[in-house]
Write a protein that binds this ligand. Structure first.
Ligand code: TMP
Length: 215
């Protein structure tokens, strides 16, 4: 059986993570790897229900409640999807994970990062990604992209996308600092270029770190 591997993709709004997760999943699957592609918040029925609560515009959710809902979604997702997949030797590709909580609730909402780290540890049962790729995009470019793509774009995007530019700038700074603090695990890819160029940059990192023969 192949060794399991856990990859998370992160980035500010409109960084193109979901597209890149899909491309990476296809590449690895086509090359014979067992891949489980999933996302946060979400990935299970309960966690998708929490996602709907978290992202529906128009609700006033207190920052601490928001934090607990993201962590609740994560606890369910770990127990039901991620840990079993890793136990089965799969490559797990997760669209956002614990670093999003540090970036959004820690830097964005200004909640205590040590508390978030503790909750992350509890919710994940201490499992951290082997590799995290942050797709970095300037805030204005990303928000423009995200709002254009959002299904509810007429109404200005989901509850988090509607936050101020200052909030999103703090999130981006958060990601940059996370990457600086953990250069072994966390790699930054510029996501300003075309989808193909960004994909190539991701594949290069994956090929090196995972030692995969996919390039
Ligand atoms: P996305 O799947 O389109 O990226 O939407 C998820 C949103 O939730 C995005 O705005 C980032 C936000 N988020 C948090 O604020 N904290 C978290 O822990 C996670 C996983 C996501």
């Amino acid at each position: 059986m192949r060794k399991s591997f856990f990859i998370s993709l992160e980035g500010p709004e409109g960084s193109g993570k979901s597209t890149q997760c899909a491309l990476l999943t296809r590449l690895l699957t086509d090359n014979g790897y067992g891949v489980v592609a999933t996302r946060e918040p979400g990935g299970t029925a309960v966690a998708e229900a929490l996602r709907r609560i978290l992202l529906a515009p128009g609700r006033d959710i207190a920052p601490l409640t928001e934090l607990f809902l993201y962590e609740a979604s994560r606890a369910q997702h770990m127990a039901e999807i991620i840990l079993p997949a890793l136990r089965n030797g799969k490559i797990v590709i997760c669209d956002r994970f614990t670093d999003a909580t540090i970036a959004y609730q820690g830097y964005g909402r200004k909640l205590d990062k040590n508390v978030i780290r503790q909750l992350n540890n509890i919710a994940t049962q201490q499992r951290i990604p082997n590799l995290t790729i942050i797709l970095d995009v300037p805030v204005e470019t990303g928000l423009r992209r995200a709002r254009r793509l959002a299904k509810d774009s007429a109404a200005g995007g989901d509850r988090i996308e509607r936050e101020s530019a200052a909030f999103h700038r703090r999130v981006r700074r958060g990601y940059v600092e996370i990457a600086r603090g953990e250069p072994e695990r966390v790699k930054v890819v510029r996501a300003r270029d075309t989808i193909e160029k960004t994909h190539a940059a991701i594949v290069k990192i994956i090929g090196t770190v995972l030692n995969l023969n996919v390039i």
